[in-house]
Design a protein around this ligand. Structure first.
Ligand code: 15L
Length: 268
């Protein structure tokens, strides 16, 4: 195993579903891991890892958890569509505090962005990462903000960031949409490792999806970090291809049910 112990990694959102999946894997890979979340870590601490409770909207607390860190894996914040007053502190103020702290620390940021930043493209439309944002709610808008914040912090301050535009990161795909959007846990871990270990990243945006046969997502910056997904939702097609939601808005757009939430546009 490579000696990763000199690499100090901070994982925010450690107590969430993806954080809990990543934490033991990162520790087992030998990185020096600091975990953080606004709520306690619910599992036994992985060997060698530490945990610091912190609120992302508190700039001083965020500066504190980044002290001595080389690379931040930013999985913290609200992870579903919510009213703006809930998105604002965690996802807008929080990531701004985080980039400011990364600038002082000269740390790289790996951001768990989301397909909901482009959720209003119709299903089947092939997208490159530089196509215009079409967020499907305040949550998706906050992810677009994070990606743009990374762009500004690289151009202005040289802070490197890798933005993983995650599709549906689940142990198994469970519905037809996932044939296009699924990201396996193993592929996310491969992705995160590549983003930590790449010698140079600049500002990179990469689709967070496995090698799905029915993908809607095309050109991105993956070659820069050497990310190569190995799983494919197609292996589950027989079980899930017929599983639909029954909602026309959900079925029409890439963002699925997030698009249908509070949807009030009248179709001609
Ligand atoms: C996300 O960004 C959410 O955090 C997750 O809960 C899923 O809904 C996922 O997107 C998805 O689009 O499937």
């Amino acid at each position: 195993m490579a000696d990763n112990s000199a690499r100090h990694i901070l994982l925010t959102g450690a107590s969430g579903a993806l954080g809990r999946m990543l934490a033991p894997r990162l520790a087992a890979a030998g990185y020096a891991v600091r975990l953080s979340d606004i709520v306690p870590f619910p599992d036994p601490l992985p060997q060698g890892a530490s945990f610091v409770q912190a609120d992302l909207s508190d700039a001083a607390a965020v500066a504190g958890i980044l002290d001595g860190i080389d690379c931040v894996l930013h999985f913290g914040g609200v992870s579903v569509e919510k009213p703006f007053d809930q998105i604002m502190p965690a996802n807008i103020v929080g990531i701004t505090n985080l980039f400011e702290a990364a600038r002082l620390q000269k740390a790289r940021v790996v951001f768990a962005s989301s397909n909901h930043s482009i959720g209003f493209y119709e299903r089947g439309t092939m997208l490159d990462v530089d196509m215009p944002y079409r967020p499907d709610g305040y949550y998706g808008l906050s992810k677009a903000y994070g990606e743009l914040l990374g762009r500004m912090f690289f151009d202005k301050h040289g802070v490197e960031s890798v933005h993983i535009r995650i599709g549906s990161c689940l142990a198994e795909p469970t519905e037809a949409r996932h044939l296009s959007t699924w990201l396996s846990h193993d592929d996310l871990f491969r992705f995160v490792r590549a983003a930590i270990d790449a010698p140079v990243t600049g500002h990179a945006i990469i689709w967070g999806a496995s090698a799905n046969t029915r993908s809607w997502w095309d050109a991105d910056d993956r070659e820069r970090i050497g990310y190569a997904p190995q799983d494919n939702a197609e292996n589950c097609a027989d079980k899930i291809a017929a599983i639909r939601t029954g909602n026309a808005v959900t079925e029409r757009y890439q963002g699925g049910v997030f698009c249908a939430q509070d949807f009030s546009r009248e179709e001609p």
